[in-house]
Design a protein around this ligand. Sequence first.
Ligand SMILES: Cc1cc2nc3c(=O)[nH]c(=O)nc-3n(C[C@H](O)[C@H](O)[C@H](O)COP(=O)(O)OP(=O)(O)OC[C@H]3O[C@@H](n4cnc5c(N)ncnc54)[C@H](O)[C@@H]3O)c2cc1C
Length: 454
Amino acid sequence: MTLTRKQLLKAMAGAGAAVIVTPQAHASGSRVIERDVCVIGGGASGSYAAVRLRDLGRSVVLVERKGRLGGHTETFHDPVTGGTVDVGVAGYHDIPLVRHHFGRFDVPLQFSRTDPSTIRFADHRTGLPVDNYRMPPVSRLSEYANVLEQYPYLEDGPDLPDPVPAELVAPFTDLMAKHGFADLAPFLYLVSQGRSDLFDLPALYEMKYLNGPAVHAMLTGTTVTTSRRNNSELYEKITTFLGDDVLLNATLTGVSRDRAGVRVLLRTPHGPATIRARRLVVTVPPPLAGLDMDSTERALFSRFSPGGYYTSVLRLPGVPQVPIQNVSADASRQHMPSMPGMYLLAATGIPEIFIAYYGSSRPQPETRVRADILGALGRLQSTGVLPTTQPRFEMFASHAPFLLSVSGRDIADGFYRRLSALQGRRNTFYTGAAFHTNDSTLLWRFTESLLPRI
Ligand SMILES: Cc1cc2nc3c(=O)[nH]c(=O)nc-3n(C[C@H](O)[C@H](O)[C@H](O)COP(=O)(O)OP(=O)(O)OC[C@H]3O[C@@H](n4cnc5c(N)ncnc54)[C@H](O)[C@@H]3O)c2cc1C
C-alpha cells in the first residue's frame, strides 16, 4: 500500500511529533521509531543515560517494561496518613553530579541521618532479644577506608588491573579477618543490602558497594535524600521531560544488530513498534532476553549468578516505631544472622508502617519470602519483642535478580576485562549495576564517563 503525502502527515500527527512513521511500517501495522540511540531499561542508569544523551544533542528512545521509570527506586504512599517513604533506593552521595541531576528537575535534597543507637537487636530464628550485642562505632569504618584507598579504581567502573589484586578476588571474610574488621560484620550486613552470602563472595563486590564515597558519607553524615521523602519524584519528572521518547509497558521481542545499526522489536500498549537506532545502550541485568548475542556475549553473561533481595511494606498496628535488626545470639559467629531471611524491620516514622528487608544468596519465590517474614514476626511477638499485632502486607517488591556476581577464579581470569571490552562492540554499550555496582551515584558517574563514546 502506498500512502499519499496527506495520509502520511496525518499518521505522523496521530503518532506524536517525536515518532517517525514510515509507509512500510504503516503497512505492516508496526510503527517505526528512528533515533540515534535506543536505551533499554528505565532504572537509575537508563533514565540518566537518556536524559544526558538528549542534553548532548542525540535523539533517544528509552524502553521500559514496567509502567513507570525508576527501577529499584520505589516509594510507598500511605493512604491513611498521606505520608511517603522510599522502600527501594533511599540515599545518594553528596557530589555535584547528584545535586545537579536532582536540581534540574526541581527535586530538593536534604541530608539523611539515621541514629543507629535506636536499633534493637533480636535473633529472628528464636524471636529472642540479643541484649549482649553492641554495634561497633561508625568511626571504625575509617580503618576500612584506609584499605579501600589502595583500590581507587573500584569507584570508577568494571576495569581492574591485570593481574587483579589477590585481596579483591579472595572472599570478603578473608579481608575482614586479615585487617581485623570481623566485629564490623553485622554492621556491614545492615548497610550492604540483601545478599546473604556477601562475606563469601569475592571481596571486590563489597568493596565496590561499600566504596570510598559511601564510607565518607557514613563517616560525615552527608548521605543525601529527597526532602519530600519521595525519590520516585525524580523519575516522574524525567518521564515528563522525555515525553514521547519513553515507551512504558513495552515488551521487547527481539534485538538484531549489524554494521548499519540496531533494530529493536517491541510490543507496546499502542501496538507493535520497531526501533531503528545507530546505537544500543543496555542497562538491564544481563542477559537481555531477545538480544542477538554472539558467542562472546553469551559466554560472558552466562557466568553471572544472581542474588535475591525483597522489600515489603508492613502495617503493624500498635507497634512502636523502633527498628529491629536480625542478629544471631552467637558471638562466636560475630552475631551474623541466619539467612535467607528478614535482616531488618525498619521503622519509617509513619505510624504503623514498617519496611521488611529480606536478603538471600539466590532468588526465592514470593510465597516463601512472605511466609518467612510472617514467621519471624510471629516469633518476635511470641517473645514479647514485638507487641501482639495482626501484620498486613501493604506492598511487596522483588528486586531479584540482585547483585550479579562471578567467582573469584573468573575475576582473576580477566572476566571484567573481557566484560569491559564489550563496550562499543556491535554498536552496543552497557551500563547498570551488573557492569559496576549497586550505587546510583556511582552508576550515574560511570554512565557519564561512557557518554562521549556513545
Ligand atoms: C531495596 C533496594 C535499596 C537500594 N538502596 C539504594 C540506595 O539507598 N542508594 C543507592 O545508591 N543504591 C541503592 N540500591 C541499589 C540500586 O540497585 C542502584 O542504586 C540502582 O538503582 C541500579 O540501577 P540500574 O539502572 O542498574 O537498575 P534498575 O534500577 O534495576 O533498573 C533496570 C530497569 O530495567 C527494566 N527492565 C528490566 N528488564 C527489561 C527489559 N527486558 N526491557 C525493558 N526494561 C527492562 C526494569 O524494569 C528497571 O526499571 C538499592 C537497591 C535496592 C533493591
